[in-house]
Design a protein around this ligand. Sequence first.
Ligand SMILES: [Fe+2]
Ligand SMILES: [Fe+2]
Length: 360
Amino acid sequence: MQTPGRHLPCPLPTPRGPVSSFLVEHLTRTPHDLPVWPTAEDDPLTGDDTHLALYLVYELAYRGVEGVDERWEWHPDLIRLRGQLEDRFEAALIDLVGDLPDVDDVTEFLQDLTTDDSDGRSISKFIASDGDLHQFREQAVHRTAWQLKEADPHSWAIPRLGGKPKAALVEIQADEYGDGVDQDVHAELYALTMERLGLSSRPNHYLDLLPGVTLATVNLVSMFGLHRRWLGAVVGHLAVFEMSSVTTMARFATALRRLRFDPWTCLFFDTHVVADAHHQTVAATDLAGGLVEQDPKRLDEVVFGALALCKLEAKLTEHMLGAWDRGESSLRGELDVTGPAPGQDLLHVPADDPRLRARV
Ligand SMILES: [Fe+2]
Ligand SMILES: [Fe+2]
């Protein structure tokens, strides 16, 4: 059974500092000219106040925010405030990424970047081998800000592309959106996983629990997607996602099976293992390679988008695994899980269901 409110706007979050407090106070009123707003002073890469404020403003471009007039989306003062937050974030990302490498072949560069041959720590590696049910639920909650609107920010690139890269992006996005079958939309499959884990699938239900570093990973792609000048970066971002997905998703599916979850709970991950085996090639060659072939000036943007994603994800990994090493929650508060995880009830699995057979 679906969680009520699956497609409702984002609930109004609890503010975390001067900028998010200012926004919550003003956005809940009829659109009006804003007085002087406070300047964000926390970490521009991971700060709670900065990234909640930016996330909240970006939600106005997705499904909106509960109790917030839709006209705020394009209010000039709000666009100026958003621009200031973005400028700080962008400057910090440029520092984080550092000098861009010389790249001759963008496809080869992306392949090298996403080949996981390091001994470095990763959330999916840890979860596959040692993660317990509570840690699996925690990482699933971290990913709700992205997975429950998976693909949407990349779609903003569609009208800005032409020819080969456009066709490639549309091919990938068609699968992400379920090829015309609503149950197969990847965000819906994630909602199913959340429900089988005994968690809410309502988008942004857990927003107050998500730390700034998690919100920053989603703000990154929203910022790239909303600005045409970052077209190459949104392509680089998507290429890295697709090219690192098969291994990562297979690890999460392994963890779920080790924890005795049924195939419905695994469906989101199993679907990605199959779909992204194809998407990774399309993204590396026709999408990223095709864009750079058409417009070589976009090469540095593709490289920047790919590296910014990897480096910001590394910060999230450090945050989550660090918290678990210390025996703490990686969320901003306790995850309130009531009742058992329905997906662990293996007795009720219709094993011959064609939707499962097609993928596993
Ligand atoms: Fe997907
Ligand atoms: Fe994909």
